[in-house]
Design a protein around this ligand. Structure first.
Ligand SMILES: Nc1ncnc2c1ncn2[C@@H]1O[C@H](COP(=O)(O)OP(=O)(O)OP(=O)(O)O)[C@@H](O)[C@H]1O
Ligand SMILES: O=P(O)(O)OC[C@H]1O[C@H](OP(=O)(O)OP(=O)(O)O)[C@H](O)[C@@H]1O
Length: 211
C-alpha cells in the first residue's frame, strides 16, 4: 500500500526529499525548482504532496494524507488539538522561540506591551503564564520591522542563526521554547499501514541521526 506524505513546503520538504533520494526513492518529476505539488516515486510506494506548513495537520487529521512532516512551532500554533499521532522528532529545522526587541532599548514589562508576531497563540500563552498583559498584533512575515517602525514594543518569533535579528538591529530578550520538525500520523493510517509507516520512519531516522 502506498503512503501519502504531506510535507511542509520550504526548508523542511527540501531536506526530506534529499533524505528520500539518498535512500533510493526516485521521484522522476521532482526538482527543487519545480512548481508541481504532487510527486510519486517510480516504484509506487510513496506519494509526496507539498503543503503550506499550517495546513499539514489538516491534511493528516482528515486522512487526505497518511503522514505529515512539519515544524513543532507550527503544530503548536496552528493545530494544538489535532487528532493525529506525533510519531517522530526528525531533529531537523531546529530553532527557538524568542521575545526580541530593539538592541539596547529597555522595555518596561510592568506596563501593557504590544507584541508583533506570526505566532499569536504561542505569544499569548507565554505572556499569560508570566502574568503580563499584552496586545498581540498578528503579522504574516518580516516581523522584525514591527518594533523598528513603532508598530509594537517587541516581537515573538523563531530564531535560528540570529542573523535576521542582528541585521535589523534587534536582540533576544528571552528564549522560551525549542522546536524541530516532527512526523505526524493519521490514527487510522497508523493501524492500516503500520509496516509501511515504520519502514518510512526507519529511512528518515537513519538520516536524521546523521544530521
Ligand atoms: N530560520 C528559520 N526560519 C524559518 N523557519 C525555520 C528556521 N529554522 C528552522 N525553521 C523551521 O522550519 C519550518 C519551516 O520554515 P520555512 O520558512 O521553510 O517555512 P515556510 O512555511 O515557508 O515559512 P514562511 O511562510 O513563514 O516563510 C518552521 O516552521 C520552523 O519549524
Ligand atoms: O535566526 P535566523 O537564521 O535569521 O532565522 C530567523 C528568521 O527566519 C524566519 O523568517 P522567514 O525566513 O520564514 O521569513 P518571514 O517570516 O519574513 O516570511 C523568522 O521569522 C526569522 O525572521
Amino acid at each position: 500500500m502506498a503512503i501519502h506524505i504531506a510535507l511542509a513546503k520550504g526548508r523542511i520538504h527540501k531536506v526530506v526529499m534529499k533524505y528520500l533520494a539518498e535512500s533510493g526513492y526516485d521521484f522522476p518529476t521532482y526538482s527543487e525548482e519545480s512548481r508541481k505539488l504532487i510527486f510519486e516515486d517510480a516504484k509506487g510506494q510513496l506519494k509526496v504532496t507539498l503543503v503550506k506548513s499550517p495546513d499539514v495537520a489538516v491534511y493528516v487529521e482528515r486522512g487526505a494524507a497518511d503522514v505529515g512532516i512539519v515544524g513543532k512551532d507550527v503544530l503548536i500554533e496552528e493545530a494544538p488539538g489535532a487528532d493525529v499521532y506525533e510519531v517522530m522528532d526528525l531533529g531537523i529545522g531546529r530553532c527557538r522561540m524568542a521575545v526580541a526587541g530593539i538592541a539596547g532599548k529597555k522595555v518596561d514589562m510592568t506596563k501593557r506591551i504590544t507584541i508583533g508576531t506570526k505566532y499569536p497563540r504561542i505569544a499569548r500563552s507565554y505572556f499569560e503564564a508570566n502574568h503580563h498583559s499584552v496586545d498581540i498584533i498578528k503579522l504574516n512575515g518580516s516581523v522584525e520591522l514591527a518594533p523598528i517602525v513603532g508598530l509594537s514594543d517587541v516581537i515573538v518569533d523563531i530564531v535560528e542563526t540570529g542573523n535576521t535579528l542582528k541585521a535589523n538591529g534587534l536582540e533576544v530578550l528571552k528564549y522560551f521554547m525549542d522546536f524541530s520538525a516532527r512526523m505526524i500520523c493519521n490514527p487510522v493510517s497508523f493501524k492500516m499501514k503500520y509496516n509501511e509507516i515504520q519502514q518510512l520512519m526507519d529511512v528518515i531516522r537513519e538520516h536524521s541521526m546523521k544530521a
